[in-house]
Ligand binder design. Sequence first.
Ligand code: PLP
Length: 382
Amino acid sequence: MKKPVYLDYAATTPVDPAVADEMFRYLTPDGFFGNPASRSHGFGWQAEAAVESARNQVASLIHADPREIVWTSGATESDNLAIKGAVAGHDNPHIITSTVEHKAVVDTCAWLEEQGVEVTWLEPGRDGIVQPQQVFAALKPETTLVSLMLVNNELGCITDIITIGAELRSRGVLFHVDAAQAAGKMAVDVTTMPVDFMSLSGHKVYGPKGVGALYVRRSPDVRVQAQIHGGGHERGMRSGTLPTHQIVGMGKAFALAQSCLEDEADDLERLRTLFLEGLHDLPGVTLNGSEASRVPGIVNLSFEGVDGESLMLGLRNLAVSSGSACASATVEPSYVLRGIGLSDELAHRALRFSFGRYTTAEEIEFASGHIVDVVTRLRAVR
Ligand SMILES: *Cc1c(COP(=O)(O)O)cnc(C)c1O
């Protein structure tokens, strides 16, 4: 059988071949395999130089100082480090977040809530976007941290973190932003976005899985309490031998993203238009999330009269995602779609299509035609 068309770039991206080549040079006996923390010989120095060069590349994409980048194992760990590490040591912390954050934020805040931390869960409107006024209205004198994502991974919509961050900074409230779906997809600039912590992931931007970073602002200086101890790497914020090959891969991937950001966004916008045009004549299709404020590569659609799971099974030649979770025998609809006010029934009818660097116009035309066929067939047998 022909390989299915991959339309799940929001779940993960393939590694760019140039990134894989670069990574390979840091693994083998004839390569730069040293421990970047080894101070006593050239193997260590070369590995350390590679790590610092990658730190520059990652910092550069978000206009940060390289000293503000802490390596982690991925955005999940970055979210944990920022949130747990920022509230640690506060007597009576209060966190504001939302119900449509990534599980790495939702579950971390829920765990802290069980430990006695007060958490306010904001609910966005149908467009999926938490409004600045909602955040400001939830602020209390003891509010320690606000955690919101820049781009939602299921809907693609963009939060106004500039407006939110400016107010939070004036009130002395820390601001964590999960930018795993934003970096490389839109302009991200910490010199104009007043955030204190920003989570980044390698594998959403054509880098490898298992590596990420947390941006921790230096001026004005903020601190996080380490959540992993042992050796004091990364200025004491995250211990553990640095995975040179992973880090070099993420650095290369971020450098590539920076060099092709605008062209790639334009290409994805064209593919999105082509995709939606291909579905234009199919009745009963609605777009979930904001149409106005969004990245181009994620399209979340509900199909009237068909169940998303059946549709996904029917779309045998497409690799897509429904955002639903299998909880034992039952399929739970996406908590993000429930979070924007969709009924269980409507949430069950949704699928997420996400495009990326290797998606072609032919694939998009094939995908929309395939969807029209399968939806029409499923509706007919109802
Ligand atoms: C993928 C993703 C994560 C998790 O990143 P990992 O590197 O896989 O741990 C966190 N937040 C968002 C918004 C994501 O899309």
